[in-house]
Design a protein around this ligand. Sequence first.
Ligand SMILES: C[S@@+](CC[C@H](N)C(=O)[O-])C[C@H]1O[C@@H](n2cnc3c(N)ncnc32)[C@H](O)[C@@H]1O
Length: 160
Amino acid sequence: MDGMKEEQENAIEYYNKISGIYDFISNWYYKNSREYAIDKLDLNKGQTVLNVPCGTGVNFKYFQRYLENSGLIIGIDLSNGMLNQAKLKKEKNGWTNIDLELENATKVNQNWFKEFSERKKQIKIDAIFCDLGLSGLPEWHNIIDNMISILSPNGKIVIL
Ligand SMILES: C[S@@+](CC[C@H](N)C(=O)[O-])C[C@H]1O[C@@H](n2cnc3c(N)ncnc32)[C@H](O)[C@@H]1O
């Protein structure tokens, strides 16, 4: 098997396994950094924010401080286990502005956005938050270029 592919599969298997306890570690350790970084997105009610990778949706409560369940939060991750935890948060909190997509970050480009826009009737992305994920991917520079290419003019991208 190709080394990079194997590494990626091992990473996803790992996140599937730890998804149930991920929040316990992540919540307290990165709380201040998340609040600071998300504040820099300058989110307003009704806007759309793309979170890659979204993991268990730890950031959602911080986005909601600005969006108040309006607009749209698009959460992308490649681990089903992590996304299931995000789905539980969405249901538990009654958040109706969250769309979760099982997708590889390397595939989030203009083609992806075209297909997504047609499927969801969603035509703009006001902000992008990439946290604690890209540095582990060898194609991180391409991923950032692709993200910028789908961001609205004057949109904000924050990388943590
Ligand atoms: C350290 S966690 C961070 C999750 C979230 N950003 C947070 O701050 O809590 C890394 C995440 O990257 C996801 N991931 C790894 N490779 C990925 C890829 N190629 N595409 C999308 N997500 C990926 C994992 O499933 C995991 O949820």
